[in-house]
Each structure stands twice: as C-alpha cells, then as structure tokens.
Design a protein around this ligand. Structure first.
Ligand code: ZN
Length: 236
C-alpha cells in the first residue's frame, strides 16, 4: 500500500541512508532526497550520491517514477563553528565525555531543521533519516527521544504536521543489510556494496565483501561486522 504523502530522505550516499531511501521508495508516492555538504573529510560519500540515485532508478520502474528532485545544501558553516574529526584533519579518538571526536555537536538537529524547511517548500510531509540508537557511536542526536522531541519542535515552530521517520532506529547493522535485501533483493545489496560509501577515512581502494573502505575505522568495522552477521544469519 503506497501512501500518497511525499517524503524527503536525508541521503548522504552511505549504506544507512541508501537503505532508508529504498524504504521510502517502497512506501511513498513521491520521494525527494537532500544531502549536506559540510566540509566532511569523507567527501567521497557526496561524490557517490548521483551514481547511487541512478542505480536506484535503474533497478525498479516504480522507484524511478516516484523519485524526484535531489537537493544539495551547502552547510559549510558547520566546519566553521565546530571542531571535530569529521571535518578537521584530526585522528579519530574517544573524548573524555565518552563521545568519539567524530561527533559534530547538533549536526542532526541542524540537518533535520534544514530538511524540514525544504520539505515545507516542496509540500513534503515526511522526513526520513537513518539515525540509529542501537549500534551507532552513542551520538545523542541519533537517539529516538531526540528525534521525537525535534518532530514536536519543528511542527510547533512551523505550524506543520511533519512526521520524522527513522526506520533504522532500533535495528543493528546486520538487520540493516536484511532490510535492504527485503526491499530490493540482491540488486540493492550489490548497489550498497559497490556504490555506497561509509568509511570515515574516505578510503575507496579494495572492494571487500561488505563494500569499499579502509576496514579498520569505526564506520568500516561496524559495516563489516554487520555484513558478517547478516551472511551468518542467512546461512542458518
Ligand atoms: Zn574506514
């Protein structure tokens, strides 16, 4: 059953947001995407976005029809107002407050707020994001309560009835692979493996079973372990 509502997917070109895009394309009649350029050190994620979008169109005629405009937003101000390992040339490490220094304070709050503004202009009523509370690095702006509070704040502040949907919130990376398989079969798994990018270091040399990446940074380790668990679960 396809909803007539329009959705705006926060789409970075990584595994999670590509899975969220497939999720939205199988639910909503009209889907647009939004990406943010904030001087991230893994800018390669942004570079792969057009190829991923093109493959998503090519694999399913319904998805091709539903997929609309892609909005690329310059948020370079983030690198001017914060100092983190995601935008600076700093080694990735844990900080005293228990958060990794890849944490960009308030990033997802800003992303969602900008997305809500674009959704308002485009007449879209659902915001879809890949935030996950289960196995991510403990970023407080990925938590379910944060997203629910933000939905309330956005709707109060803009007099709207936007819904914030986070299909990955309570699942781990293995289940994210399973979700992709359920939504788009082996074709989507291959698009995620070969076209999307997650590595913090922007490494895109060798193709592993789970995709491209350095294999050792936190994002690669999480993606690789999730893929192993997904394959192991399929075998049983
Ligand atoms: Zn990596």
């Amino acid at each position: 059953m396809i909803s007539e509502e329009g959705a705006l997917v926060l789409f970075s070109g990584g595994q999670d947001s590509t899975t969220c895009l497939a999720w939205a394309l199988s639910r909503y009649a009209r889907v647009e995407t939004i990406g943010f350029d904030y001087g991230q050190r893994h800018a390669i994620e942004l570079a792969v976005r057009p190829a991923v979008l093109q493959k998503m169109r090519a694999m399913n005629a319904d998805w091709d029809r539903r997929l609309g405009e892609d909005h690329m937003i310059d948020l370079s101000l983030i690198s001017k107002i914060s100092d983190t390992a995601l935008t600076g040339n700093v080694e990735i490490a844990m900080q005293e407050n228990g958060l990794p220094n890849t944490f960009v304070p308030g990033r997802n709050l800003l992303f969602m707020t900008v997305a809500a503004t674009v959704a308002y202009r485009r007449g879209l009523t659902v915001l879809v994001g890949g935030m996950c509370e289960t196995d991510f690095s403990g970023y407080p702006d990925c938590r379910d309560d944060t997203m629910k509070a933000l939905q309330v704040a956005l709707n109060l502040g803009m007099a709207t009835r936007l819904k914030v949907e986070t299909p990955l919130m309570w699942i781990d990376k293995a289940a994210t692979w399973t979700m992709a398989q359920d939504l788009g079969g082996q074709t989507l798994l291959d698009v995620i493996r070969k076209e999307t990018h997650t590595c913090y270091l922007g490494e895109r040399g060798a193709l592993h079973d789970w995709g491209y990446g350095c294999g050792t940074c936190p994002a690669c380790a999480l993606r690789a372990r999730g893929y192993e668990n997904f394959i192991a679960a399929k075998a049983t």
